[in-house]
Design a protein around this ligand. Structure first.
Ligand SMILES: [Mg+2]
Length: 118
């Protein structure tokens, strides 16, 4: 199966169109949905230490919840990229190039400092 972003977007759009939901997919609502789903994902990690997250991820039910929230985030991201005419793969690659310039390895290695504090 082809899991490319284009193929996943096609599948998501087929799902949306079969339900005639395109009219609800305004850019504003897709952006809000993305933020809400990211919040639901964050809630699974809230107040847990890394060790606690490790332990929780050993439980199939928790791992499945993380998987589902990641998928919810990805679906809203795909829909929003489509609705804004954004080539998501190209945008991600371009951002990595920009980040590479902002965070040169020799300055950024091993530090979590922001680029303007390097
Ligand atoms: Mg969700």
């Amino acid at each position: 199966m082809d899991d490319s972003i284009a193929r996943l977007t096609e599948e998501a759009l087929r799902f949306r169109d079969a339900r005639e939901w395109a009219r609800f997919h305004t850019r504003k609502d897709l952006a809000l949905g993305l933020a809400i789903e990211a919040g639901e994902l964050g809630e699974l990690f809230l107040w847990r230490t890394e060790a606690e997250v490790d332990a929780a991820l050993a439980e199939p039910r928790y791992r499945e919840r993380v998987r589902e929230e990641l998928a919810d985030v990805a679906l809203f991201l795909l829909y929003l990229a489509h609705r804004t005419g954004t080539d998501l793969a190209a945008a991600v690659r371009e951002k990595l190039v920009k980040n590479d310039a902002k965070y040169p390895v020799e300055k950024a290695r091993g530090t979590a400092r922001k680029y303007d504090e390097l």
